[in-house]
Design a protein around this ligand. Structure first.
Ligand SMILES: NC(=O)c1ccc[n+]([C@@H]2O[C@H](COP(=O)([O-])OP(=O)(O)OC[C@H]3O[C@@H](n4cnc5c(N)ncnc54)[C@H](OP(=O)(O)O)[C@@H]3O)[C@@H](O)[C@H]2O)c1
Length: 377
């Protein structure tokens, strides 16, 4: 009995010590979380305009600031940005929800640049970079992309085809790769029947066109106002989600590319053919809203449950790489994929752009142009 009491006391004090250590760590991490907003630009350094946010908050925290122009390393290219676009990750990073703060800084955003992708013209290349030169038009991925210049790694960019605009190419990287990598991981093959749940947003408009480029029969699930857009992008069949629930149909599909995650495991399983695959691409449109946590939990549960089923549910994280970017570039050059741009904003209206995007009803992509911003506002 005495030994048991002793063990209980040790356990109690250990838990208390751990809680105290956790609390102390949190306090330390919170109060030391800072950023470069107060830092001045060194004398003689070149300057540029960029969108910055020094605090978390509403889209109003986004502002145009004069900052130091980046200098490329030997492995990087310096790109004069013409257009950038918004992605699902941007609203939570700016708002600073729990996940945003865990990734980007507890009290303040440690990285204050805005945007993840861009299109523009190469200005200089580092000495280890081959295959691209000053004057080449490119698109790719780099955080802090809503700026006049970015430095990007060679394996994060691809040539911009001449038949697409900077606005279109600046919208292609994240959504295009999410669609391409999801469809490929879902084993897409010519002749298959593919259903895209949520085919009218940034990722969905790419998924629809890329699935068609693979010669599949595509059914797009969209709302009434987006039926025509889905048809114009090549959908063979459209389902209006405001009038019909796709999971109650008798038709079955080889591949379900699910951007929304608003149906149960059983409902989605029912519309998959034997050995069919459901790619768990997303949890609905951009913006922070109720129900997202349960949809995230639903993706984990679905992929676990599908381990015991002949229909697979797969989660994945998009990763930029040169081969996939080049493939996207080729699809655009061949006219098989044409990035669908909903609205374009000038850089000083980045806050408005984010506000519109996070309402969650964009059709295709939201683009911000940066080329005309010459001076601080
Ligand atoms: N797996 C990855 O690594 C990865 C990477 C990037 C993004 N994503 C995911 O991709 C998803 C889509 O992102 P996004 O940037 O494309 O969002 P988005 O552009 O904001 O999507 C907006 C579109 O979603 C449609 N939509 C909303 N609810 C719908 C529903 N119940 N059924 C069908 N369509 C619906 C909207 O149409 P209406 O206006 O008609 O409702 C709107 O056109 C996000 O959930 C994100 O998490 C995943």
């Amino acid at each position: 009995m005495a030994t048991r009491g002793k063990l209980e006391r040790i356990l109690k004090w250990s838990v208390l010590a751990l809680l105290l250590a956790g609390f102390a760590w949190f306090q330390f991490a919170y109060w030391t979380s800072t950023n470069d907003c107060g830092r001045s630009i060194p004398d003689g350094a070149e300057r540029m305009m960029a969108i910055r946010y020094c605090e978390y908050g509403s889209p109003d925290v986004l502002h145009v600031a004069e900052i130091e122009k980046p200098v490329p390393s030997d492995d990087q290219l310096l790109v004069r940005v013409h257009a950038a676009s918004l992605n699902f990750i941007d609203p939570p990073m700016v708002r600073g929800g729990v996940f945003g703060r865990l990734i980007a800084g507890l009290r303040k955003p440690e990285f204050t640049g805005f945007g993840q992708e861009f299109a523009g013209v190469v200005e200089t290349v580092g000495k280890n970079v081959s295959g691209l030169k000053a004057g080449d038009e490119v698109f790719g991925q780099r955080r802090g992309s809503v700026a006049q210049y970015v430095c990007a790694r060679k394996d994060r960019v691809a040539p911009k085809p001449p038949n697409v605009t900077f606005e279109q190419a600046g919208a292609a990287t994240r959504a295009g790769l999410t669609a391409l990598q999801g469809l490929r991981k879902g084993n897409i093959r010519a002749g298959q029947k593919v259903l895209i749940n949520g085919a009218s947003g940034g990722v969905g408009t790419f998924a629809l066109q890329i699935a068609k480029a693979f010669d599949t029969e595509v059914t797009a699930v969209v709302s009434t106002r987006n039926l025509e857009i889905a048809r114009s992008l090549g959908a063979d069949h459209v389902i209006d989600y405001t009038k019909e629930d796709f999971t109650t149909r008798t038709e079955q599909y080889d591949l379900l590319f699910d951007n929304v995650g608003n149906r149960s495991f059983e409902e989605r399983r029912r519309v998959l053919k034997p050995n069919g695959v459901c790619m768990l691409a997303g949890i609905g449109s951009a913006g922070v809203r109720k129900g997202q946590l349960s949809r995230i939990a639903g993706t984990f549960l679905a992929s676990f449950r599908s381990g015991f089923s002949d229909r697979k549910f797969e989660r994945y994280i998009t990763e930029a790489n040169e081969d996939d970017l080049n493939f996207l570039s080729e699809l655009m050059a061949a006219g098989k994929v044409k990035p669908f741009v909903d609205k374009t904003y000038p850089m000083h209206e980045a806050g408005e752009a984010l506000r519109y995007f996070e309402q969650g009803h964009s059709r295709g992509k939201i683009v911000i142009t940066t080329a005309d911003e010459a001076k601080p506002l």
